[in-house]
Structures are given as structure tokens and as C-alpha cells.
Ligand binder design. Sequence first.
Ligand code: HSE
Length: 331
Amino acid sequence: MEDKIQEAKSHPAIKASPLGGGGGIQVFAPATVANVVCGFDVLGFAVNEPGDEVIMRVTNKPGITISKITGDDGRLPMDPAKNTVSVSVQHYLNSIGRTDLGLDIELHKRMPIGSGLGSSSASTVAGLYAIKTLLGDDTDPINLLPFAMKGEEMACGHGHADNVAPALFGGFVLIRSYEPLDVVRLPHPEGLYCAIVFPDVDVPTREARQIIRKNIQMKDAVTQWGNIAGLVSGLFMNDIDLIGRSMKDILVEPVRSMLIPDFYKMREMAMELGAVSFGISGSGPSVFAFARDEDTANRITEKLQKHLTEISIGSNAYVSTINDKGPRVIG
Ligand code: HSE
């Protein structure tokens, strides 16, 4: 990771940037589905909605301020030393020697916090993409990944990249290695729909990571890496059946599913309606299903939401194709 930071620091376009006072930008970054069932900490993809927005303005006083956060019910810190967006942006500025800059940040949460949809990643990536764009930094967005991972580390105690990388690049992403960081962008079948349901229960990622088994048996590892390889092969081969039968997780899901109301009942319902696969999004409690068309995806979200209402649990639902664009400037 330090190598990547040094690489970003030495880029000439960044050092030469003449950013003046008064400029501003509004950026959207998407939610992501991490793990994709069998690929704990190594696979993720971006969706079209939901996502978060950051408005970043240049100020005359060096340093970062946060003037507004909306949509968080007061849960996120306004202190720039404690907020993942400002901390990541500050790391980036430090690394390129631009601590002379003054920035003000507004963060507009357009997605639930602690949902398993990469909420902190979407905010952090929106912030990093905003400063990258303001500075006219046209280097590969991969250079931002180490800074985004620092935000994840702060948010949940572990700097995994399976949310931040797809939020940053869009599409389907494999983290082939963390040390050294090696990220591979994967293809995916056209027209694959993702149906997401967020049951309104709290599952903090930090805690959902603590309950996972630390040791696994060789026979379980064999099953798991067979499935990961099957999923990645299915993505390359456009083989939706192979994708479906590979999306099985015998390591993490059996433990985490206990934190999600009626997880196995919801799986049964989704599969009966024609889902290709079903699983936990990130660390949960959101669940997701792949579907071959939009109608099926909509029927799945409707049925699961109806069921959650019947057991007195509120929910949000999103239907989306895979988002290949990643963050974008919206104002
Ligand atoms: N891979 C991470 C985990 C994603 O499952 O803990 C968190 O959303």
C-alpha cells in the first residue's frame, strides 16, 4: 500500500495543479455488494443505487472542515479528524504535499448506515473522487484505493477493499492480493439484475467480523475456493447457471445469517421466484439476489419486503444492474 501512496505522490499532474479558491464539485459514489457470497473480502460489485453524495468546496483557510451531514440521523462525526471522508481526503492531500489546500465538505447520506451496502465506502470514495477531480488528477483511480482503505479501517477496524474498490472503479472487482495490493477488474454478463433488500436491523461490520471463525478445515477451504473459482469462471464465460451454483458460502454465511431475520426463509422465497443466487450483502443485514431480468428482481424484492413487514421489520429495497461507471460528478 505504501508503494501506491508514493506513486500517487510523485505524479506530476498532481504537484503542478494550480487549484484556486472558490471552486466546488458534487460527486455521487455507488453502494456495493461485497463478498458476493463466497468471496469473503476478495470480491465485490457496484450497483446503480443507492449511493452517497459529497459536495466539496475550496476555502481560503488550509485544512478540512465538514459543514453539513444529512441523512445520518446524527450518527456520523462532524469532526474532520474522525470522519472517514475527511480522514481519507487528508491522507491523500498529505501524500501529494498539498496541505496548503482548504476544503469544506458536505456529506449527504442517501443510503442506510450499517446496511452491508458499503455505506462508508460510498462516502469515502465520493470524497476522494471529488478531490481528485478538483485537482485535475487524471491518474488511474487505483491510486486512490489505499486512501479509501484507510477510511474502511477507521470505519470498522479493518482495511478491506471489497467495497471501496468496486465503488471506485465500478463493475465487478477481485482483490487478488492485499500485500501487495493487486486488484483485478472482472467482466460480468450483460443484463444481470441485482435485487437488494435491507431489513432494518443493526449489524455493525466491526461486530459481524468478530463472530467469524478464525480457523477453517482444509475440506471447507477446498469447497470455498472451488466456488470462488466457479463464480469468477462464470463471470468470464457469461454462464449464469455456473454463477448461480458457485455462489455458496460455507465459511461465513452460516454464522452471519443468524444476525439476519428469517435469512433462510428469504432465500427459499427468492429461489422459488427464480433467483439465480441469494446471499448476504457484505456483512449484512442486507441480502441480495441475482436475477436474469428486472421483473424477477422486482418480484423478489416485493415478496421479501412483504414477508419482513409481516414479521414487523421495516425494510428498503433496490433493484439495479451492475454499475460499471463507479463515481460520477453530478454538479
Ligand atoms: N468483506 C467485508 C466483510 C465487507 O464481510 O466484513 C463489509 O461490508
